[in-house]
Design a protein around this ligand. Sequence first.
Ligand code: FUB
Ligand code: ZN
Length: 611
Amino acid sequence: MVKKHIELRSVRITDGFWKRKQDLVRETTVFSVYNRFYDTGRVEALKCDPSNPEKRHYFWDSDLAKWIEGVAYLLEKEPAPELERLADAMIADIVANQREDGYFNSYFQTVETDQVYALRKNHELYCAGHLIEAAIAYKRATGKDLLYRCMLKFADQIDRVFRVEKSAAFLTPGHQELELALVKLWRESGERRYLELAKYFIDERGSEREREMAGIKPEQLRYAQDHLPVREQFTAEGHAVRLLYMCCAMADLALETNDEALKTACERIFRNIAEERMYITGGLGSNCNFEGFEENYHLPNEIAYNETCASIALCLFARRMQLLSEDPIYANVIEREIYNGVLSGLSLDGKAFFYENPLEIDLMSPTHQSGGRQKLHYPIQQRVEVFSCSCCPPNMTRFIPSLGEYLYTVEDGGIRVHQYMDSETREGELHLIQKTDYPRSGDVEFHYQGSATAVSFRIPDWCRSYTLSQNGRPVEAEQVNGYVTLPMANNDRVSLSFEMPVTFVEANPAIRADAGKCAVMRGPVVYCAEQVDNAELRLYDFRASEDGAKTEESEQFYFPTVTLTGEVREDGRTLYAAERFRRRSAELKLIPYHAFANRGPSNMTVWLLQK
Ligand code: FUB
Ligand code: ZN
């Protein structure tokens, strides 16, 4: 058997933290996003009525496509008639307005009708990719193939225009996404042309021909990863979401075509991100002007860009890499992302979103409204329900319901457990149960039903000590490459217990912004301090002591809050003093980072001075 993930339809998250988040998305977030898309004219725009004077945007279709895809993942799990009705109505509009030749884009069919495939930066192929993903997910979940058939026709048109006739004004998508969708479409349809088209786009990116046709200026080359042929790209450059969606397709193609050069590029780009360019939260991209990656170790906290979509995209990429490699880095990074950089994008009430996810807020700093895009840019300080560029909210509504597909891979001779979530999985004769409140608790009970095999359990990268027992008897199993493997027979039970103390983490000395500081983690959860909990302190002046950290259960945050001891300087009268200002002991309360900015505007910091 070829290594594969256990798919979403086989996995049900049954309790714990992620059950609550999935319920929140099902009951609140998906409706809230729909309502904002309705208010802003996105839903109506699908009707392609040129007499409607509402302002539109050329990638609105992608917002709705991601929303439909999210609805499909929710429908995989249980009926939701109202959501299905709303999705069906959108799909009917798309199908009704698809051009005879297969093309569909609600903006270019009504606003700039003479600009179809004229400008590479116009996101038409990006929108097409999201629509294709939505069509596949919706067909799988509901059996309805109206959108799917419509998208086959669109894909055929793209193939004809771009690969056969070469009649468009550019060669490859200006924003990658279609490439990964085409691989999905080939897997779903069995039609090899789609795989070949994905490969064609990947092979042509970075070519001289593309630069000339699309008129890309030398200083713009990195932005959309046009600076080199993709097999020669070994570092994370340019716009983060573009890069990571491209890497998804590269990983897919590496798997489908045994392309070692693509695989190597993927591995090296991933390592460059995870080991040199990623925030402790999993945040990606420190440059807001081009929404992307900068040099190694340049990770400023307050002006971090860290788009929610980029963190989601890294999970999509990492999951694909798990089929090419046994390296635990992929599951470990997914875990870092889901509890931190991804989740901070969503408010606790499920209705509001961050596009950018900074690691520090100083309420005295200007927000981006006063800074302007080309100047120093400070992210907004409170989540909002919709953005003019609202890619992140529907990415959240498709990602959280899809989490079940991140738990396991299966292959000849074994199953690998990558993520721990209270869940029940049934595939054929296989029945896997995880009972756990991870990572509120470090305990996981695993029950196996199926024929004899081996099961490998990930030992998280943050874990220094754990115990393992099988059928009630302690087991000493060697940890190999981040996993421990046990022979498994029908009805075996395994107990894992990861010690989960409050841990102080230092950043690499090359990261200027974090020098002399520490961050606090408990298990995979990164913590932060907010002013709202620490009214009497200056967060930036608190010096944390490693001793005496206390945790306290919290229903509001689900994970415990942490209280640190340390010291702060007392107020002085002089502006500067040769002697040290007096210090006093103090305590600092921390909450999970992903929950910041839920209680009104507040200063916030992840990194704290060390005592
Ligand atoms: O351009 C579409 C989306 O908007 C991208 O994926 C985001 O990064 C933002 O630029
Ligand atoms: Zn986004």
